[in-house]
Design a binder for this molecule. Structure first.
Ligand code: F6P
Length: 360
């Protein structure tokens, strides 16, 4: 087994709350082994830059304030896949040799990559090509990675969305309105379903369950007939129009993302029921902010276990949370076993049991 002296760490993909808590945990645990930690800036973009962009991380970063901080002190990117890197003239080129060379310049014995499924796929392929000894830590507000019950950042996003419903309910009742809340989650409905149940939504729409506008309208009418003067509707961003069209928002300097389904649902409800409606699109508020205790805990357990895996010479593994424990699984399995909402699972059953309309 190769002696470990110096390990790298990078955050990749969309940021979320809890990333700094992982960095803190990794530095602490590595220090107990007498290892140096190198923080690579902006994901693989730091390894593409010349000179390579990085900083040495010592126990000075394990202050208690980074435990509480949102974002990532290392920076991140969800653009620029080095296997298909976009050039100024619109071509895609392979820049993986440069990334691997950047990694070698740092003299690292192993790498901890923190990312969601897209980033971990890229890191795994880079590791295979460049002989990089990789351990992965799952983070994504979307909670769609396989083999881990939860990923870093999901809980904080859920709390933010639940608090939004707590804020919307009184104003909905004051004005006798239907409030539509659009939440993130990419192709999975976890944030919508969990926050919708916790926040007392009347209607929850997720991409995993097809809906009919007539069913939603009937639910709103039913509430009105029972004397309720308001309603709360949560819709996951990837829900399509009733005819099956995905609604996307274009951005300068980035790929289009989901956006617009909240407005669509709001307009259709207004048309079909005559209710006064308003839309709130929660957006990146769900990604920033102070990590909730569960995200700090998960980040801490994951960071310590990731370093322990390196110490044990176990690579190509992703740390995971299963049955109240931190465990580790093959990266390959985690990224190929996408975790959508199970339409027959406990939470869907719970929502139905509460009389929440899921649109079907
Ligand atoms: O994957 C995390 C996520 O926040 C998704 O929920 C959302 O669709 C997307 O990233 C937004 O990406 P961007 O930060 O590029 O707008």
């Amino acid at each position: 087994m190769q002696t470990i002296r110096r390990i790298g760490i990078l955050t990749s993909g969309g940021d979320c709350a809890g990333l700094n808590a992982v960095i803190r945990a990794v530095v602490h645990r590595a220090d107990s082994h007498g290892w140096q930690v190198v923080g690579i800036h902006n994901g693989t973009a730091g390894l593409l830059a010349r000179p390579v962009e990085y900083e040495e991380l010592g126990l000075n970063v394990t202050t208690n304030n980074i435990l509480r901080m949102g974002g990532t002190i290392l920076g991140t990117t969800n653009k620029g896949d080095p296997f298909a890197f976009p050039t100024a003239d619109g071509h895609l080129i392979d820049r993986t040799d440069e990334v691997i060379d950047g990694y070698r310049q740092l003299g690292l014995d192993a790498l901890i990559g923190i990312g969601g499924d897209g980033s971990l796929r890229i890191l795994r392929d880079l590791a295979a090509k460049g002989g990089i000894r990789l351990v992965a830590i799952p983070k994504t507000i979307d909670n769609d990675l396989g083999l881990t019950e939860v990923s870093i950042g999901h809980e904080t996003a859920v709390v933010t969305a639940t608090e939004a419903l707590d804020h919307l309910q009184p104003t909905a009742a004051s004005h006798s309105r239907v409030m539509v809340l659009e939440v993130m989650g990419r192709d999975a409905g976890h944030i919508a379903l969990v926050s919708g149940i916790a926040g007392g939504a009347d209607v929850i729409l997720i991409p995993e369950i097809p809906y009919s506008l007539d069913r939603i309208a009937a639910k709103i009418e039913n509430l009105k007939n029972r004397g309720r003067n308001f309603a709360l509707v949560v819709v996951a961003e990837a829900v399509k129009t009733e005819s099956g069209e995905a609604l996307l928002t274009a951005h300068t300097g980035g790929k289009p993302t989901y956006g617009g389904i909240g407005q669509y649902i709001s307009e259709r409800i207004a048309d079909l029921t005559g209710a006064e409606t308003r839309v709130t699109v929660l957006g990146h508020v769900q990604r920033g902010g102070t990590p909730e205790p569960r995200d700090r805990l998960l980040a801490s357990a994951f960071g310590v276990h990731a370093v322990d895996l390196i110490a044990a010479g176990k690579f190509d593994r992703m740390v995971a949370w299963q049955n109240r424990q931190v465990v580790d699984v093959p990266i390959e399995d985690a990224i190929t076993q996408y975790q959508a909402v199970d339409p027959r699972g406990t939470l869907v059953h719970t929502a139905r049991g509460l009389g929440i309309c899921l649109g079907d």
